[in-house]
Structures are given as C-alpha cells and as structure tokens.
Design a protein around this ligand. Structure first.
Ligand SMILES: Cc1cc2nc3c(=O)[nH]c(=O)nc-3n(C[C@H](O)[C@H](O)[C@H](O)COP(=O)(O)OP(=O)(O)OC[C@H]3O[C@@H](n4cnc5c(N)ncnc54)[C@H](O)[C@@H]3O)c2cc1C
Ligand code: FES
Length: 274
C-alpha cells in the first residue's frame, strides 16, 4: 500500500476558469508507474499541498473510470487555494490520495437517481454523475438539480449545456440572482422540488453544497418520505492529516476524513452536531 502521509509530486496539466473565484485543475502524478496504477472512487478526496504554503482537501471532480489524470475544482478562499489559483500549467503540487470513503453506487443499481447540488458542491458529485452516465442503462430516471448564486457562479457551464441536451437526464438549474439572459428558474435549489415528480420508493438522493442548503434539502427529502438511508450527503470539516490520526475532523466518535466524507442521513442524525 502507498504511504498516504507522503505527498506525491504532481504536475498540473490544465487549468480551466470556471467562475471569477473557481478553477478546475487537471493533474497527473510525476511518477509514471504511480500514475498508471492510481485509482480513486466517486466521493473520495485529495489533500493538495502547495509547497511552502500549506495543504488543503478537495473532492475528486472527474470520472473515476478515466485513468492517467484527475480533476479537482477549487474555489479561492484562503492561503492554499489562492496560491493554487496563482499556479500555471506545468507547476508542481503535492498530492496525497485517495482519501476517505465513497458514494454508494453499485448498491443503488436499478433505482432512480436524484442529485441536488449547490454552488461548489457540484464538483464532488460530478465524480458520481460521470460513472452513472457511463452505465446509464443500469439506473432508472436521472434527475440533477443545480443551484448557484448567479448564472455566472455556476461551474462547468459547457458540461451543464451538454447535460441539458441529453434526453436521459432531467437537469433543472436555478439561481438566487438572475441576469438578463437567464431564462430558467429563480430561487433556492429546494424550490425545484415542486417541479419534479419523484417516485420516492425507488429513488436515492445525493446532495452536496453549503451546510445550510444541505440542511434544507434533507428536511424536504424527509418530508417527501425518503428513507433515511436513501439520503446521501457529504460533510465538510477542517482537516489536517486526512487519514484518521490527528482528530481535527472529529464529530463525536466519527472522523470525517476516514468514516466520511460521505454519510447517509441515517448516520448523520446520530452525530452529536448536525
Ligand atoms: C472533504 C472535503 C472536500 C472539499 N472539497 C472541496 C472542493 O472540491 N473544492 C473546494 O473549493 N473546496 C473544497 N473543500 C474546502 C477546502 O478544503 C477549503 O476551502 C480549503 O481548505 C481552504 O484552504 P485555504 O488555505 O485556501 O483557506 P484558509 O486560509 O484555511 O481559510 C479561508 C477561509 O475558508 C474557511 N475554511 C477553510 N477550510 C474550511 C472547511 N473545510 N470548511 C469550511 N470552511 C473552511 C476558513 O474558515 C476561512 O474563512 C473541501 C473540504 C473538505 C473537508
Ligand atoms: S483530519 Fe486528522 S483525523 Fe481526520
């Protein structure tokens, strides 16, 4: 097993501007053998270090079935993320990965899939959406609800455009503050629930976004009659080691870095702090 304490030298292949404060980085490991063998699962995350600045966790944002490189989408909020935004193609990061648990996927074959994403919550869910699309016939209806503050704050605009054209995806988007060109829904993401008809008995819901959004999404899903183990969410927490040793990410008896970041509501409701 690889040493998950040791950052692997990693090269930035590509940087895409998503919004005014968010960029997607495509990365490969400098060690060719390590890079060839590297695999991750939907929902897992990396610890990325900018040497001399610090380290921060980011969810995988690309398809786990794609080998040879992976994506992370990073919003600039502080020291590490701003330093990453200053980097360019060819620059070197340290990466420790893959960390954490993953989204249940094989277990939900045959069910309808509901994705509810807010803002920068879409990237980790994209690592789930991509493999579902690879095996589209294994699942029932596929509904994606995406909310952002403004149309410009949406990540992956060209990909959203592609998804919106697919007949096998129902994609509904909403923003809090529309601009002149916006013709879709206006309001928080939960207001999209009234626009879709769900067969609650045969649907599994995955959500990721700001904590306040997750709280209201879960509340509404429970109100619709979703079983607690069919509501899957990610939890974010300050992290240091990422491997269950330092205790920084603990909520009660759970370490978000190894027991999570993916939890069912059945598990979340047992945590002392929700
Ligand atoms: C499992 C996991 C997955 C994540 N995935 C992504 C992702 O895909 N894309 C992305 O942009 N960000 C993601 N984050 C959040 C990201 O790790 C933080 O934004 C980053 O650590 C900030 O580091 P910094 O040094 O730039 O900012 P700092 O200088 O450390 O902090 C800047 C500001 O951000 C706040 N902050 C820092 N870390 C967190 C945190 N974990 N939760 C809430 N507030 C925080 C601080 O309070 C401060 O206000 C994820 C976090 C976790 C735990
Ligand atoms: S970050 Fe160290 S135990 Fe989770």
């Amino acid at each position: 097993m690889e040493n998950l304490y040791l950052p692997q030298l990693s090269i930035i292949d590509k940087i895409v501007d998503e919004t005014s404060d968010t960029k997607t980085f495509t990365i490969h490991f400098a060690d060719r053998e390590y890079n060839k063998k590297f695999r991750f699962k939907s929902g897992q995350f990396v610890e990325a270090s900018v040497f001399g600045v610090g380290e921060a966790p980011f969810g995988f944002a690309s398809n786990p079935n794609r080998h040879g490189s992976f994506d992370i989408t990073v919003r600039a909020v502080g020291a590490v993320t701003r330093a990453m935004h200053d980097m360019k193609k060819g620059d070197v990061l340290g990466i420790r990965a893959p960390l954490g648990n993953s989204f249940p996927l094989k277990e939900v074959k045959g069910l309808d899939i509901l994705i509810v994403a807010g803002g920068i919550g879409l990237p980790p869910l994209k690592s789930l959406i991509d493999p579902i699309l690879d095996a589209r016939k294994d699942f029932g209806r596929f509904i994606i609800l995406y909310g952002a503050r403004t149309p410009a704050d949406r990540v992956y605009k060209p990909i959203l455009e592609q998804w919106s054209k697919r007949k096998d995806i129902t994609l509904l988007q909403t923003v809090d503050n529309p601009d002149d060109g916006w013709s879709e829904h206006v309001g928080v993401v939960t207001t999209l629930f009234e626009k879709i008809k769900l067969d609650v008995k045969r649907t599994v819901a995955y959500t990721c976004g700001p904590p306040i959004m997750i709280r209201f999404v879960i509340q509404d899903l429970l109100g619709m009659g979703f079983p607690e183990d069919r509501i899957i969410s990610t939890l974010e927490r300050y992290m240091k080691c990422g491997v269950g040793k330092c205790g920084h990410c603990a909520i009660g008896h759970k370490y978000i870095c190894v027991d999570g970041p993916v939890f069912s509501y059945q598990q979340i409701k047992r945590l002392p702090e929700r």
